[in-house]
Design a protein around this ligand. Structure first.
Ligand code: ADP
Length: 490
């Protein structure tokens, strides 16, 4: 099958979170299974160009309709760790992708509406006719709409679209100028709530709503989250649309790229290990303490790695930090946020605990340090308020760290409590709590730290059991191919 992925991220060249990991990892798995996969991305100035091989211009003078004129673009091709990637570079005073960051600008809708139109235009003009176009999140949610409303008439009628919702909190809610810019036009047609009309703001169109209506299949990134978005407030208003289209909606758990995340080969960690020989993990703990100026003492290390965002349960992250120190553990945090208030709070804690030899907060984004933390830490906390899938708990398992998670979304689907689970004992791999208050996280975190101190062999066995879980792309890859096959023949 010929599959083209359209996305705003692909690890490791352009990654702000789990979306980038999924685009790369799923792309790789689909290729291993004999499919032809291409990935189209914006050409950001701030990409990790050191991870692109053989970057060269592959299509000059791509002319993309935009309002009542055209924007000329250059399309580049390069390999990103084996994946075939195309990068679209527009030449206009809008400067859409030369801003020093992937996200966070006032004209965000215009930037990604343009990218979506340009990607389709590139496929049209270069003769690409994939069987499946796989789009991801609101940034590329206009693609199924434009494919059906514009490009189908131009010979792309056989392409089918699968759209994946990674985070429905961000839906792409915009005004009519997007319709004018992309050539979709006809505001009265698209404002209809059966198409792209937002259910809450009658003056706005909703990109994600459009993707739900126009795609041939819609997925989200775990079965539990598929249920949550339809039945709870975590649908952020899309529950009704997903209910209407439930026949073409489902949840597939994300896989983890087991090559990129492999403690037996990881170049970013000093000592390699596997489930059968975990003693070398301690060397990574030593290296982690040294790197982050923690004292070298025989204590468990508890860590948090991830965005500092309300979604991630910032209050519970902060509580886990103080609670871990109180129980005699060490705590390491690697995180960065886009909300100034939350960042400021963690900078305040960092200063407050500056002289504490058992604690280190690293506020920023650091891929290599993340690898060392997963390899060196004993326990990883993921206390999210909601979590569509979550990758950090799966990375923790892969690196022999015991996850302590809240039972939501993909965390619910992947982590099974050591003491209280319906799963057989050999499938249990962490600690789980239900509510989002301090007592709840203590009920899980305390048990994890206690097991480390009181029953170290049992703790090591639990960690090794986690390492033996298979959360690779193997099963999710097969599931996505089944969906592609299903929609291809419709
Ligand atoms: P989300 O997509 O909501 O950000 P996920 O758990 O799905 O969360 O994916 C997070 C990914 O981003 C993981 O690979 C994690 O290691 C990485 N990550 C998040 N924050 C940082 C950071 N500050 N530094 C390095 N890696 C990070």
């Amino acid at each position: 099958m010929y599959i083209v992925m359209l996305a705003s991220e692909c690890a490791p060249v352009a990654k702000a979170g789990g979306l980038g990991d999924v685009v790369f990892g799923l792309g790789r798995e689909l290729e291993i299974r004999g499919n032809s996969v291409e990935i189209i991305l914006p050409k950001y100035d701030c990409m990790r160009y050191d991870h692109i091989w053989g970057l060269q211009v592959c299509f000059e003078n791509l002319s993309v309709p935009w309002f009542d004129h055209h924007i000329p673009c250059t399309v580049w091709f390069g390999f990103v760790h084996g994946r075939k990637c195309f990068f679209i570079e527009p030449h206009s005073s809008d400067n859409f992708f030369n801003r020093g960051a992937f996200y966070g600008f006032p004209d965000e809708h215009m930037r990604f509406a343009f990218f979506s139109r340009a990607a389709l235009e590139y496929m049209l003009q270069s003769g690409k006719r994939p069987d499946i176009i796989h789009t991801h999140d609101w940034q590329t949610a206009l693609v199924p709409v434009m494919l059906y409303e514009i490009y189908q008439r131009h010979g792309m009628g056989n392409c089918r679209v699968c759209h994946t919702l990674h985070n429905v909190k961000h839906q792409g809610i915009a005004g009519d100028n997007v319709l004018a810019a992309t050539g979709l036009g006809r505001p009265e047609w698209f404002h209809d709530r059966e198409r792209m009309g937002d259910d809450f703001d009658s003056t706005a169109i909703n990109f994600t709503k459009g993707a739900i209506v126009y795609s041939n299949f819609v997925t989200t990134v775990s079965p539990r989250h598929a249920w949550e978005v339809r039945h709870t407030e975590w649908g952020y208003g899309l529950g009704h649309a997903l209910h209407v289209y439930q026949q073409k909606f489902g949840g597939i758990i994300n896989g983890l790229d087991y090559d990129m995340w492999n403690p037996a080969t990881d170049p970013a960690i000093p000592a390699h290990y596997s489930a059968d020989s975990m003693t070398a993990k301690q060397e990574n703990s030593l290296a982690l303490r040294q790197r982050l100026f923690l004292r070298q003492e025989n204590k468990p290390i508890v860590a948090y790695v991830g965005r500092l965002d309300m979604q991630k349960g910032v209050d519970l992250i902060r509580h886990a930090l103080y609670r871990s120190l109180h129980l005699g553990a060490q705590f390491v945090l690697l995180g960065s946020g886009s909300e100034p208030g939350i960042n400021a709070e963690f900078w305040r804690i960092k200063h407050e605990l500056n002289d504490n030899p058992d604690c280190h907060l690293e506020i920023g984004y650091d891929e290599e340090l993340a690898h060392l933390i997963y390899a060196g830490t004993d326990i990883l906390v993921v206390p999210s308020l909601f979590e569509p899938c979550g990758l950090t708990q799966m990375i923790a398992l892969r690196y022999g760290a015991v996850p302590v998670v809240r039972a939501v979304g993909g965390l619910y689907d992947t982590i099974f409590d050591r003491d209280h689970s319906e799963r057989p004992p050999e499938q249990r791999n962490g600690y789980v709590f239900q509510q989002s208050d301090h007592l709840a996280i203590e009920s899980a975190l305390d048990r994890a730290i206690d097991l480390w101190f009181e029953h170290p062999e049992d703790f090591a066995e639990l960690a090794a059991q986690g390492m033996r879980c298979d959360y690779s792309w193997n099963q999710p890859g097969a599931d996505y191919l089944n969906i592609y096959e299903l929609i291809r023949h419709k």
